[in-house]
Design a protein around this ligand. Structure first.
Ligand code: TYD
Length: 206
């Protein structure tokens, strides 16, 4: 781990269980870790999240992509970058790869355009390590959820496109993106996550 902090993101399709894993890891790392979720984490970004999550607000694909990027820009500038500068471990529940997979591929806006937009929005910040929690879209959908947002309402074919996009991102970024089998109980997944992260950070497992 460098003095400049360490940035870990969690990625996966809806209901892959990645949020649970991100929170568990943050708790295990204690005070040196800071947990953030996307979109969200600042007053502005939480408001934008409200719009983005609301299936009652019609939103065209480019506007959707810009809102995710705007929420990310504010979170990076106000929260993530300052925490990394203090030497902390930042754990993000989603980051740029979500935009590449959902907006770039599943919405069909193109990975290159979304990458350019988001590198600018995030002031070129990228995670040091990304944990991709993998699960079959049919299994994820069968897990159910109380709330339905605009993406979950798109159904299995949309989630399948997102899963394929993540698969390609993992192929293209083998040093950064680490695949974790998410089709198991949360405790088993958490054990794997802990081992991978502690190993990378040079920490000893308790
Ligand atoms: P959220 O409730 O945080 O879902 P999850 O627990 O699955 O992360 O809702 C965020 C939704 O927004 C989720 O469906 C993924 C989507 N999303 C994008 O489409 N692009 C993005 O850049 C981000 C961060 C999220």
């Amino acid at each position: 781990m460098t003095d400049g902090g360490y940035f870990i993101s969690f990625e996966g399709i809806d209901r892959s269980g990645k949020s649970t894993q991100a929170i568990v890891l943050a708790e295990e790392l204690g005070e040196r870790a800071l947990f953030v979720r996307e979109p969200g984490g600042t007053i502005f970004s939480e408001r934008v999240r409200g719009i983005l999550k609301d299936p009652e607000v019609p939103l065209s694909p480019r506007a959707e992509a810009l809102l995710f990027a705007a929420a990310r820009a504010d979170l990076v500038a106000s929260v993530i970058r300052p925490a990394l500068d203090e030497g902390r471990i930042v754990i993000a529940d989603r980051f740029i790869d979500s935009s590449l997979a959902y907006q770039g591929v599943a919405r069909g806006l193109g990975v290159d355009a979304i990458k350019t937009l988001n590198h600018w929005a995030a002031d070129t910040l990228m995670p040091n390590m990304t944990l991709l929690i993998e699960i079959d879209p049919a299994v994820a959908i069968s897990r159910g959820a109380e709330e339905h947002d605009r993406f979950e309402d798109e159904g299995e074919s949309f989630q399948r496109k997102v899963a394929e996009a993540y698969d390609q991102l993992a192929i293209d970024n083998p040093d950064r993106i680490i695949r974790v089998d998410g089709d198991r109980g949360p405790d088993d997944v958490a054990l794997d996550v802990r081992e991978i992260v502690f190993d990378r950070l040079g920490l000893t497992l308790a």
